[in-house]
Design a protein around this ligand. Structure first.
Ligand code: SAM
Length: 270
């Protein structure tokens, strides 16, 4: 048994269980800090490919269930004013456009799934959409006023690629431009169950995922890769990419009050 596993067991025995979310976070943190078992680059690339294939597979179904923008996302439009250049990274079927209905913006949506971009073009035929990978955007440097990335970053496997995603967003933003992103807050019983399942599989050498990674089913069609962020981790990563975090918190609506983390971060002047 490795040092990481021993530390995990020690933490498991001596952690004061405040809440399931807190204890699971402490446990997985202890493993991340103490072990050097991170995802291999080849496996991260394989997961990226699978994410693309999965979203192509579920595009019609996904688009049908994402016809309207959810209420918790609407306030994020307040950061944008008329005339701005907006990049929607991981735009899916383009539904973010609905929040800009009352203002005139220069919108570009990009997504790695060609099937979702087809959906976007059907629903919003007068807008600009491209099949681009967020890790390599063929878009000009210092160009956009705002970059939105709604529920995308948690699909990017490995810390290294998540950092690359953020640095690429920073590159295409103008100085003092804003990155506005959300990531799923999966610190629920279901999420914690999946985290612990992967933790166990990892300890016995049966999982190549990182700690706090899970695979979430889409019906019986596929399992989507998700990294379960903590708010602190999200803030640290965004700052490491060179942004200045202006706001961070949780978003939700109705019964699902804490469904998402959100971050508003500025590309600072040098
Ligand atoms: C949960 S969906 C969110 C879609 C949309 N932002 C929305 O709120 O409806 C995640 C999206 O990220 C896209 N995506 C995943 N990895 C990507 C990458 N490397 N580059 C661009 N898009 C990516 C997926 O194809 C999918 O459309």
């Amino acid at each position: 048994m490795g040092q990481g596993a021993l530390n995990f067991l020690a933490t498991l025995l001596f952690t004061e269980a405040k809440s399931p979310a807190v204890s699971a976070e402490v446990l997985t943190n202890s493993l991340i800090v103490d072990s050097k078992i991170f995802m291999k680059e080849d496996y991260a690339k394989q997961l990226l490919k699978e994410t693309t294939e999965n979203y192509n597979l579920i595009a019609k179904d996904f688009s049908r269930t994402r016809r309207f923008i959810w209420d918790d996302i609407r306030p994020l439009a307040d950061f944008t004013v008329t005339g701005e250049r907006i990049l929607d990274i991981g735009c899916g079927n383009g539904r973010l456009l609905q929040v800009f209905r009352d203002i005139d913006v220069d919108y570009t949506g990009v997504d790695i799934s060609e099937k979702l971009i087809e959906e976007a073009k059907i629903h919003y035929p007068n807008s600009r959409f491209y099949v681009y990978d967020a890790l390599r955007l063929p878009l000009p440097t210092n160009h956009f006023d705002k970059a939105y990335a709604i529920a995308v970053l948690h699909h990017i496997p490995s810390r290294e690629l998540r950092l690359r995603f953020l640095k690429e967003a920073k590159r295409v933003l103008r100085q003092e431009g804003l990155l506005i992103l959300t990531a799923w807050n999966l610190w629920s019983w279901r999420g914690i169950g999946l985290i612990l399942k992967n933790l166990f599989l990892k300890l016995i050498g049966q999982s190549k995922l990182d700690f706090r990674d899970v695979m979430i089913p889409w019906g019986k069609t596929c399992h989507r890769y998700i990294h379960v962020f903590t708010q602190r981790e999200l803030k640290d990563l965004v700052e490491e990419a060179g942004f200045k975090v202006k706001e961070i918190g949780v978003l939700g609506a109705g019964k699902k009050k804490n469904r998402n983390y959100y971050v508003v971060a500025e590309d600072p002047t040098p």
